[in-house]
Design a protein around this ligand. Structure first.
Ligand SMILES: Cc1cc2nc3c(=O)[nH]c(=O)nc-3n(C[C@H](O)[C@H](O)[C@H](O)COP(=O)(O)OP(=O)(O)OC[C@H]3O[C@@H](n4cnc5c(N)ncnc54)[C@H](O)[C@@H]3O)c2cc1C
Length: 315
C-alpha cells in the first residue's frame, strides 16, 4: 500500500494497528470527518486460522476476507488513510504525538490510538506454532463447534485444567489431558478427573506431528505416540507493541493497557482498545472496542475545540 502523505500534516488521529479494532475506530473517525492515518504492520493474532467464527454476518470467513472488506468500506471516507508500515517510535510533543515508521518517515497527530493487539507466546515444541489456530485451539467458542462431538486433548496442568475439562466436555465426546511432564494435580484432583473417564498422560511432548497444521499425533520423549486431531491449549501473551509501555502508560496486573470507560490511558490524548486492553479476545468485542474508542477520540477533540472557543469568547 503506497500512499502519498505529507509529513508536515497534523492528523486529528493516528491509529497504530489496522486490524479489527483499529479499522472500526477509523470508520467512526472517518464518519466524524476527522483526518486519520492508520498505520498497520499487517500481522493480526489470528492470521493463521482457516476460518474466523462467531462474528455475526461474517461467520466462517477468513480474517483476510473480513479485513479486506473493512478496508473497502473505509475507502469511501476520503479523510482516512491506511498505510502498511511498522511504527518504531512514538513520543508526546507539543501538538500531540509524533510517530516514526520503519522507513524513517515521521507523522504527527493530535491524538493517538493504540489498537496493536497482543502477541501469543507459543511454546517452543516442534509443530506447535504450525498447528496454532488450526488444530491447536485457544478458544472453544471460536472453534469448538467445528470439532463438536469429536475426541479432543487438553494440554495443561494445575487446578485450572479442571475448569477447562468442565467447559470442553460440553463440546467433545472424549477428552484426554496431557500435562507435558509429571502433573502438579493433587490426588483428590486426579481422582475427580479420572472419575469423568478422562485419562491423564504425564509424558513430555517432543512434537505435535501434523499435516499442514492439522494435528495427527503427539510424539512423546519415550518415542510413544498418541493419535489426536484437536488440542485445546492456553498460552501466555504479551503486548504486541511495546511503545505504550515505553511511554509509561499504566498497565493492569494482567499485562493489559489500563483504560477507563472512554478508552483513555493514563497519558492524556493516548487511547488504547481491543486485545491490548482486554483478556476477552474476540473479533466482535474488538470491533465494539474500536467503535467506542473512535467515538471518544473524536469526543475529546470536540471538547478541546469547544473549550478553546469558550476561552476566546470569555477573553
Ligand atoms: C489463533 C486465534 C484464533 C482466533 N479465532 C477467532 C475467531 O474465530 N473468532 C473471534 O471472534 N475471535 C477469534 N480470535 C480473537 C481475535 O482474533 C482477536 O480478538 C482480534 O484479532 C483482536 O483484534 P485487534 O485489532 O485488537 O488485534 P489484532 O487483530 O491482533 O491486530 C493488531 C494489529 O496491530 C498491528 N501492530 C502491532 N504493533 C504494531 C506497530 N508497532 N506498528 C504497526 N502496526 C502494529 C499488528 O500487525 C496487527 O495487524 C482468535 C485469536 C487467535 C489468537
Amino acid at each position: 500500500m503506497s500512499i502519498d502523505i505529507k509529513q508536515d500534516t497534523l492528523f486529528d488521529a493516528i491509529i497504530v494497528g489496522g486490524s479489527f479494532t483499529g479499522l472500526s475506530a477509523a470508520l467512526v473517525l472517518g464518519r466524524s470527518m476527522r483526518n486519520v492515518l492508520v498505520i498497520d504492520a499487517g500481522d493480526p493474532c489470528n492470521r493463521r486460522v482457516h476460518h474466523a467464527n462467531n462474528f455475526l454476518t461474517q461467520d466462517r470467513k477468513t480474517p483476510k476476507q473480513i479485513l479486506k472488506k473493512a478496508r473497502k468500506d473505509l475507502a469511501k471516507y476520503e479523510t482516512v488513510k491506511i498505510m502498511l508500515a511498522y511504527v518504531m517510535e512514538c513520543e508526546k510533543v507539543a501538538t500531540g504525538f509524533q510517530v516514526k515508521i520503519h522507513s524513517g518517515e515521521v507523522y504527527k497527530s493530535k491524538k493517538i490510538l493504540f489498537a496493536t493487539g497482543v502477541l501469543d507466546l507459543l511454546p517452543d515444541v516442534k509443530g506447535f506454532a504450525k498447528c496454532w489456530g488450526r488444530s491447536i485451539l485457544h478458544c472453544v467458542y471460536c472453534h469448538g463447534y467445528e470439532v463438536r462431538n469429536e475426541e479432543a486433548g487438553i494440554v495443561g496442568d494445575g487446578p485450572s485444567v479442571l475448569d477447562t475439562i468442565k467447559t470442553i466436555s460440553h463440546w467433545s465426546t472424549k477428552i484426554t489431558v496431557f500435562t507435558h511432564g509429571p502433573t502438579v494435580l493433587t490426588e483428590k484432583e486426579k481422582a475427580i478427573v479420572k472419575a469423568q473417564n478422562i485419562e491423564i498422560v504425564e509424558k513430555e511432548i517432543v512434537a505435535f506431528e501434523h499435516k499442514k497444521g492439522m494435528l495427527t499425533n503427539l510424539l512423546f520423549k519415550d518415542d510413544s505416540k498418541f493419535m489426536v486431531s484437536t488440542i485445546y491449549a492456553k498460552v501466555h501473551s504479551k503486548q504486541h507493541c511495546e511503545l505504550p509501555v515505553q511511554m509509561g502508560v499504566e498497565m493492569t496486573e494482567q499485562g493489559n493497557i489500563k483504560v477507563d470507560l472512554y478508552n483513555r490511558t493514563s497519558i492524556h490524548g493516548l487511547f488504547a482498545a481491543g486485545d491490548n486492553t482486554s483478556t476477552y479476545r474476540t473479533i466482535s468485542s474488538s470491533v465494539s472496542a474500536g467503535t467506542k474508542a473512535g467515538m471518544f477520540v473524536n469526543g475529546e477533540i470536540i471538547d478541546e475545540e469547544h473549550a478553546l472557543l469558550l476561552k476566546n469568547i470569555t477573553n
